[in-house]
Design a protein around this ligand. Structure first.
Ligand code: NAP
Length: 406
């Protein structure tokens, strides 16, 4: 049955139909293993009372072979229509071919948040002394900023026109041999990602939301982003959110009981702080490019770059595409050797999004237990002493064997 949305609320039947895309390259290795893990966890949690009906969609290479189109209209419509879906990685041809399917999906479906939860999974090899202190949810704005795709190559009609416009209209001299990119950041775009981050923090009992930006330099774009989220907090959440400045000025440096703290950090200092004092950060909301960098940097801190979960979500109409965050890794494709952790953990987040939190708990505990047993794929095995190196499918089967109701 379809998941439906009414008045901004999602209704999830006991047997929801969830579309999935296997993905290119190692998609064929990780996605079937992940679906098996999901079915086992749902069965474990609800003893047959709930069950996902998986619906296979095609995209990428498989879709080109069958239809000539890397993202057939049926696939796109089903992702929209069935509200929540999950996908393996999709290849982006370099220097030609078709446009990134991931970016196309984000833009056409207006999936305005790239959601990247980063927490430590016990046993995963990490470069930090205390990786368990990292537990952050990153809300990266997904549709604006230099990623909006408004750019012109050097010496093109577009770049020449913009350069002469700047010169004639504002007397601004830009070198003639410049490529040009435009960085739009809007009030509406900033507010909707800010609202999503604050709502998430309140609903999940988190302690703080940090606005990470470079507004000291890019005052009218990133500065606007920060200012609008602060205004939004004062207008829409004033009984539940307090800024760090208010804590110092009005409350003697102590956060009032039950209030969510709003923090404001410049992007470069954030990279230091998240490394040195990770426990001071909780939910982070940031424009597109900063979000791209900080998501991978924090994931690396917990050793999880290959197993980081993620999703692209429109928190207003609820359409969400959960995904493996790594690429198609062509040299490993079809060899049953890569780590399926990223898509499995993305699925865990997907179940929480559906309100099936028990399933998330079962998956995370079982995956953690499997890693602690040092029963891991090659990428972790090469970093761990005394590990047993196993295949993608054996790793999945061991996770299923390790499932317990928490
Ligand atoms: P990549 O596919 O992520 O692979 C880079 C390296 O990361 C691999 O060679 C492997 O390292 C390691 N790795 C990635 N996934 C792994 C896994 N599940 N288990 C173990 N190790 C893993 O990045 P890329 O080579 O830059 O990109 C290839 C294609 O994927 C490109 O077309 C790109 O556009 C696309 N892409 C898609 C998405 C998406 O669909 N969301 C995201 C990123 C990239 P070692 O070989 O050193 O072990």
């Amino acid at each position: 049955m379809k998941i439906t949305v009414e008045n901004g609320r999602m209704h999830v039947p006991d047997n929801p139909t969830i579309p999935y895309i296997v993905g290119d390259g190692i998609g064929i290795d990780i996605t079937p293993v992940a679906l098996k893990v999901f079915d086992a966890a749902v069965e474990k949690a609800y003893g047959g009372k709930k069950k996902v009906e998986w619906m296979r969609l095609i995209a990428g290479h498989e879709a080109i072979e069958k239809t000539g189109d890397p993202l057939p209209p049926e696939t796109f419509e089903a992702i929209k229509d069935y509200v929540v879906s999950i996908k393996g990685p999709l290849e982006t041809p370099v220097g030609g071919g078709y446009r990134s399917l991931n970016v196309t999906l984000r833009q056409k479906l207006d999936l305005f948040v790239c959601f990247r939860p980063v927490r430590y999974i016990k046993g995963v090899p990490s470069p930090l002394k205390n990786p368990e202190l990292v537990d952050v949810m990153i809300f990266r704005e997904n549709t604006e900023d230099v990623y909006a795709g408004i750019e012109w190559p050097v010496n093109s009609d577009g770049s020449k026109a913009v350069i002469s416009f700047l010169k004639e209209k504002f007397g601004i001299a830009v070198k003639e041999d410049s490529g040009i990119g435009i960085k739009p950041i809007s009030i509406t775009g900033s507010r909707r990602v800010g609202r999503a981050a604050i709502n998430y923090a309140l609903e999940h009992g988190r302690r703080s939301v940090t606005v990470m930006h470079k507004g000291n330099i890019m005052k009218y774009t990133e500065g606007l982003f920060q200012a609008e989220i602060y205004k939004l907090a004062a207008e829409e959440f004033k009984d539940r959110v307090v800024t760090e400045e208010e804590i110092n000025e009005k409350y003697g440096g102590k956060c009032p009981e039950g209030m969510l703290i709003l923090k404001n950090r410049i992007a470069d200092s954030m990279f230091q702080q998240i490394l040195l004092r990770p426990d001071e950060y909780d939910v982070i909301v940031t424009p597109n490019l900063n979000g791209d960098y900080i998501s991978d940097a924090v994931a690396a801190q917990v050793g999880g770059i290959g197993i980081a979960p993620g999703a692209n979500i429109n928190f207003e109409n609820k359409i969400a595409v959960f995904e493996a965050t790594h690429g198609t890794s062509p040299k490993h494709a079809g060899k049953n050797e890569v780590n399926p952790g990223s898509i499995i953990l993305s699925g865990a987040e997907m179940f929480e999004y559906l309100g099936w939190s028990e399933v998330k708990g079962i998956i995370i505990n079982a995956l953690e237990k499997t890693v602690l047993e040092k029963y891991v794929t090659y990428d972790f095995a090469r970093l761990m002493d005394g590990a047993t190196k196993v295949s993608t499918s054996d790793f999945g089967d061991r996770i299923i064997k390790n499932m317990e109701v928490s």
